[in-house]
Design a protein around this ligand. Structure first.
Ligand code: NAP
Length: 482
């Protein structure tokens, strides 16, 4: 199956913070890949900005090396040279008043205008204000806002209010790159384009759901930033909440941005407050390299969690009785992101030798995006009726090309959605606020209790208490493996 490329309308894309890590690792390489895929109109212009003083030539050279670093062998030098011709650069300090005229001069009338805020969140308001005041944006312009979107309900509300002064909600694209993953969208296709799963997708047939986002790396390098955030702010409030919503939501009346986001919002609002006994926080100890969380964060007194596991209840007709277990952490056994939907066991076994095991739908976001459904079959061969569990595989990487290289990265897809004006895979302001409204009391309780997170060994599955969170309910986590 070869993916179909639909070119987008002519556009100018301005990237603030273009010399930064995200732009160099993801945004510029992603744009190059879309260009090579044939999705760019001939006139498309990309304007990079940051405070660094450099001309177009120096910027293009830096962009080329960033793209080569990110894509390695995958770069075609002739195509790269063609891509670089679309790039321009303007130096400006988003807190200052100079440079905006030069930027305005590069924006063409009559094409789509998108502005990507790939800078620290403290600068989002400055950019929005100066874009509007300098007449660079109008009612049709789109802005792309990176995470984190606030650090609690109050700051998220304040940021929403600031952006709303200059832009309508239909112009604001709040990025959650998890939503740009192939599997995440496929989850909606599997649920709502098939009859097979939806009748079973409820507390009567689903025993429980697990969502795991495990990383092998620690917080070294961004320890100071992370120490002010922690796992619940960094992963649960946004990415994991979005995954939970896509699993738990009702079918939207149409695959339309507001219809989908209305249904997600209802899920967030239906989340019960989490009791302290249903939360485990962890902090990794030192490994063979001698660095533990406290060293990486450069804060020996830190009580910030690098791991969190929660038992979450969605209080509505569909899900009452089916817990959702969420777990995420740094320096764990393997790097993996997956959702596991475990169905109930058959009510009665007609087989003497071994009872059938529960079916599981495993939705893998990384690595190797794909889904598989574990089903029971008869073990092949003579020797009576022995049962075995086998996966029915739906691996997208293979379906999209011989080596999976055609699979677009989440950022590529999301940037093209911005140009298309499709907000389905972006978070709406009220969703973000509802998610903070649910996480704020959890964080406030931790801060009031001054409780230290449970220690765990690097390379493990997290603290023992996280295992007990499920054992207590006669369940177990799926092993963390790549
Ligand atoms: P970064 O490496 O620190 O880059 C920041 C960029 O902003 C640089 O290009 C910097 O260039 C520019 N900048 C800083 N102050 C400026 C000012 N006053 N005026 C104009 N430009 C200014 O940050 P990053 O890692 O790329 O992250 C960018 C955003 O993406 C952040 O909101 C971050 O939370 C989010 N994000 C990043 C990642 C990631 O993997 N890196 C992942 C998810 C989300 P100059 O110093 O030359 O001005």
């Amino acid at each position: 199956m070869v993916s179909r490329i639909i070119p987008v309308e002519d556009f100018d894309l301005v990237i603030f913070g273009v010399t930064g890590d995200l732009a160099r690792r993801k945004i510029l390489p992603g744009l190059y890949r879309r260009f090579v895929a044939g999705q760019f109109p001939p006139g498309a212009a990309i304007v990079g900005t940051s405070r660094t003083a450099q001309d177009d030539g120096a910027f293009r050279q830096d962009a080329a090396s960033a793209i080569r670093d990110a894509l390695g062998q995958g770069v075609d030098e002739a195509r790269l040279a063609e891509f670089l011709a679309h790039l321009r650069y303007v130096a400006l300090d988003v807190r200052g008043e100079t440079g905006w005229d030069a930027l305005a001069a590069l924006i063409r009338p009559g094409v789509i205008h998108a502005f990507y805020f790939s800078v620290a969140p403290g600068l989002f308001g400055d950019i929005a204000e100066r874009l509007a005041k300098n007449g660079i944006t109008d009612g049709q312009s789109r802005i792309v806002v990176e995470k984190p979107f606030g650090r609690d309900l109050a700051s998220a509300r304040a940021l929403n209010r600031t952006l709303a002064r200059y832009f309508g909600e239909s112009q604001i694209y709040r990025i959650d790159h998890y939503l740009g993953k192939e599997t995440v969208q496929n989850l909606m296709a599997v649920r709502f384009a098939n009859m097979l799963f939806e009748p079973l997708w409820n507390a009567q047939y689903v025993d429980h759901v697990q969502i795991t986002v495990a990383e092998t790396v620690g917080v070294g390098g961004r320890g100071e930033y992370y120490d002010h955030s922690g796992a619940i702010r960094d992963m649960v409030q946004n990415h994991m909440m979005q995954l939970l919503c896509l699993i738990a939501m009702e079918p939207p009346y149409h695959f339309d941005p507001d219809a989908v986001r209305d249904e997600k919002l209802k899920v967030i609002r239906a989340l019960e407050p989490v009791a302290p006994r249903d939360i485990v926080r962890g902090q990794y100890l030192a490994g063979p390299d001698g660095h533990g969380y406290l060293d990486d964060a450069e804060n020996p007194a830190s009580r910030t969690e690098s791991f969190v596991a929660l038992k979450v209840r969605v209080a509505n007709w569909r899900w009452t009785g089916t817990p959702f277990y969420l777990r995420t952490g740094k320096r764990l056994r393997a790097r993996t992101s997956e959702i596991v939907v475990t169905f109930k066991e058959p009510p009665h076994s007609i087989f003497d030798e071994a009872a059938p095991r529960a079916n599981q739908l495993v939705i893998k976001l990384q690595p190797n995006e794909g889904m598989h459904l574990n089903v029971m079959i008869k073990e092949p061969g003579p020797g009576g009726m022995r049962l075995a569990q086998v996966p029915l595989d739906m691996s997208f990487a293979e379906a999209l090309g011989p080596d999976g290289t055609d699979m677009p990265d989440a950022y590529e897809r999301l940037i093209m959605d911005v140009i298309r004006g499709n907000q389905t895979l972006f978070m709406r302001g009220d969703e973000v606020e509802a998610a903070w409204a649910w996480t704020d009391p959890i964080i406030a309780a931790w801060e009031a209790g001054q409780i230290r997170p449970e220690p765990y060994d690097p390379g493990s599955s997290g603290p023992e208490e996280a295992l007990r969170l499920l054992h207590r309910d006669n369940r177990r986590w799926r092993e963390i493996r790549a």
